[in-house]
Ligand binder design. Sequence first.
Ligand code: AMP
Ligand code: ZN
Length: 431
Amino acid sequence: MFWDKRFETMDRQELRRHQLEHLNITLKEAAKSPRYGQLLKERGVSELKSLDEIQRLPFTGKQDLRDHFPYGFLSVPLDKVVRMHSSSGTTGNPTVVFHTKGDLDNWAGLVARNMYMSGLRPGDVFQNIMGYGLFTGGLGFHYGSEKLGAMTIPAGAGNSKRQLWFMRQFKTTAAHILPSYALKLSTYLAEEGLDPRKDLHLKYFYIGAEPHTEAMRQEIERIYGVKAFNSYGLSEMCGPGVAFECLEQNGMHLWEDHYLMEIIDPKTGELLPDGQEGELVLTSLRREAMPLLRYRTRDLTSILAGDCPCGRTHRRIARFKGRSDDMLIINGVNIFPMQIEATILAMPEVGNHYVIEVLKENFLDRIHLKIEVREAAFSGTLPALESLKERIAAALNTELGVHVKVHLVEPGTLPTAEGKAVRVFDKRNQQ
Ligand code: AMP
Ligand code: ZN
């Protein structure tokens, strides 16, 4: 049941002792990088007596990594570095992260821990439907599943025909897949006249790398007949493996033996009590090449209360609501794209793809929402769906408190990305 029982079920007090010990090791190592060397010297911090003193350390942001590109945060000589990765540039330019052999081994161990937790075992066939290369989602899971001992198919992203061929030939039982791509692939399977529940052998999906709602997860589980586990990570903290759902599928265990978490108010930077929603801030505890202190992820979540029945002692975080920089301010009202997704996916006639466009009209902000309608609901003439349009607009008005202009389009007509889904187009500054 456990990959790494000692660590996964470590007593909380012992876990905190482990964290403090590794925080101090990390501080010493981080001080060897040009940037932290300078910052820690300025603050006069070389050792912390307790975890509560973490606030003596500076925050690190994406901009800091860019300002000190490429080697400003590197803590080891280059002859210890064996790999680099970069963020997918969800917002702005990519940032680079370096790894020693030890980092890669720890990272693979963490991903293996997650996959094992879901039920994956040697003998399973794991298809990695993620981009290989600088993006960490591909190689991160690849080395994790090999470490676990599952046969690994490095399928890479896209090309639905080839993905299906692999799944059928090798009887794939598990896949790592973007939630948006899982839905796209299901359209292709339907076109091929296949029912993934009957015609394939899938048991586990690892979905993540982009925000998605519980409704989206359930839809994926329904279509494929799998258990779909939410998987969270970011390049700056190695990549996938940082937090993952157990069989309870009720929040993600954030691996506190590797990462120290804080939830802060994104505006004031102040620490928030457990349970309150805020920005996740992470300090790496085991990284060698490029340890990061109090890294501001911009990802919004909260810590869930109570112990998990699975027996793991690491605290769980809630499904991500999005990134603080995803938030749209519409005529003064704060809106997250995930609120829109949750509302529309609850309607059976609505398909799986949508695009949010924000425009200025008569000096006011206006959301235009284009939604694909399900094949079954699509009777051939769009005007027949007028009442559906009104129902969607009314539901969104109740949920968001703003009026949304809804446009229904035919299935398969909205553009889809090969990598992480891009669904929001804020054109207000271009007008
Ligand atoms: P990257 O470093 O380019 O791989 O991007 C990492 C970012 O992807 C994170 O900071 C999140 O914003 C997003 N992300 C990754 N996994 C998830 C997930 N399970 N749910 C929501 N967002 C995610
Ligand atoms: Zn659990």
